[in-house]
Write a protein that binds this ligand. Structure first.
Ligand SMILES: [Fe+2]
Ligand SMILES: [Fe+2]
Length: 144
């Protein structure tokens, strides 16, 4: 099944929502290539794309944590590292065919992304929202 964007995934931080949507798009492209087309030829390319996008996205979130002294920063960073490692391991796993690789990683990706946004990302979002003016500050922040 494709993963459809839903209101429940919205953080209210424009840049973060845009990046999350980009991650959904890549996973859906992977779904199309593996499940619908049963091809697998785009698996490595899409995983590479996913890796680049996640590194960029994680760094955006990590900048926010630093700037606004997010107390759960270390725990959140750990979940990002586990994910990055999983992507790298699969990317260079030459022992399985690309299609098998695709099936295996698709389930992981969908589950991980949805849970990560709804549980871990929403935790920092609620922390930020509790502090007056932060969301407006983030919106106007040119570095972020
Ligand atoms: Fe995150
Ligand atoms: Fe995120």
């Amino acid at each position: 099944m494709y993963i459809n964007w839903d209101k429940k995934y919205e953080t209210g931080i424009e840049k973060i929502d845009k990046q999350h949507k980009e991650l959904f798009d890549i996973i859906n492209k992977l779904h199309k290539n593996v499940i619908i087309e049963k091809d697998g030829s785009l698996v490595n390319e899409l995983l590479m794309e996913l890796k680049i996008f996640t590194i960029n996205h994680f760094s955006t979130e990590e900048k926010l944590f630093k700037k606004y002294n997010y107390p759960q920063e270390a725990d959140h960073l750990k979940t990002h590292q586990i994910f990055t490692k999983m992507i790298s391991d699969n990317l260079f796993d030459v022992t399985s065919t690309r299609l098998t690789q695709g099936y295996k990683i698709l389930d992981f990706l969908k589950g991980w992304l949805i849970k990560h946004i709804l549980v871990h990302d929403m935790e920092y979002v609620s922390y930020l929202k509790k502090q007056t003016g932060i969301l407006a500050d983030i919106k106007n922040d040119i570095i972020f």
